[in-house]
Design a protein around this ligand. Structure first.
Ligand code: E4P
Length: 219
């Protein structure tokens, strides 16, 4: 399972990519706004230089022609950019064109299996179902992941990867992994939480205390 970081915070990306466990980054207009950066293009370039894998940069135009122009401009910023387009008719038209040009495309704001099928048919590299936002309205986000994984497995010609988005914590990551989802994009807090277990902390403290008490020499 690949891990992307769901943030536009350069310090968090620097800190967590040092673990060697981060395969890419996803951003969206809200995350970019939250980062406080005013120059989107230089921010995307900076993120793309920090991680080896795909960095999703989202278009903001809603009509197909300007969206396509934005997508091409974003794709030209670095070889590891994935252009993020919304799951709308215009977004899928742009997805089809950019994919045919060899550009990676992440189709975002997916909330149904029917939408995921459309994204796969449009040649998306990734489709991003938002599990947390479905949970928030009383639906079961993870059952959508199960449906999409099942459908994509039934059609080997679909090469689109399931990118689990709107992740709220480690339990979502574990559930998505059990279903065989290809990628999860994690808020930095979720990746930090995944390291933590009280028995790891107390066990390590005990090992250290016993070692020091015994006065063992290391060579
Ligand atoms: C996906 O790429 C999005 O950035 C995302 O995961 C948004 O999730 P949210 O519901 O936490 O805003």
């Amino acid at each position: 399972m690949k891990f992307f970081l769901d943030t536009a915070d350069l310090d968090a990306i620097r800190e967590l990519s040092a673990t060697g466990l981060v395969d890419g980054v996803t951003t969206n207009p809200s995350l970019v706004a939250k980062s406080g950066h005013k120059d989107f293009i230089s921010l995307v370039r900076a993120i793309a230089a920090l991680v080896p894998g795909p960095v999703s940069a989202e278009v903001t135009a809603s009509e197909a022609e300007p969206m396509l122009a934005q997508g091409r401009a974003l794709a030209s910023l670095a070889p590891n950019i994935a252009v993020k387009v919304p799951l709308t008719p215009a977004g899928l038209r742009v997805c089809k064109t950019l994919s045919a040009e060899g550009v990676k495309v992440n189709v975002t704001l997916c909330f149904s299996a029917a939408q995921a099928i459309l994204a796969a048919k449009a040649g998306a590299t990734f489709v991003s179902p938002f599990v947390g936002r479905l949970d928030d309205i009383g639906e079961d986000g993870m059952s959508l992941i199960a449906d999409i994984v099942t459908i994509f497995k039934a059609y080997p010609a679909f090469t689109t990867e399931v990118l689990v988005a709107s992740v709220r914590g480690p339990a979502h990551v574990v559930a998505a992994a059990k279903l065989g989802a290809h990628v999860a994009t994690l808020p930095p807090s979720t990746l930090r939480q995944m390291f933590a277990h009280p028995l790891t902390t107390s066990g390590l403290a005990q090992f250290t205390a016993d070692w020091e008490k015994a006065g063992i020499r290391e060579g």
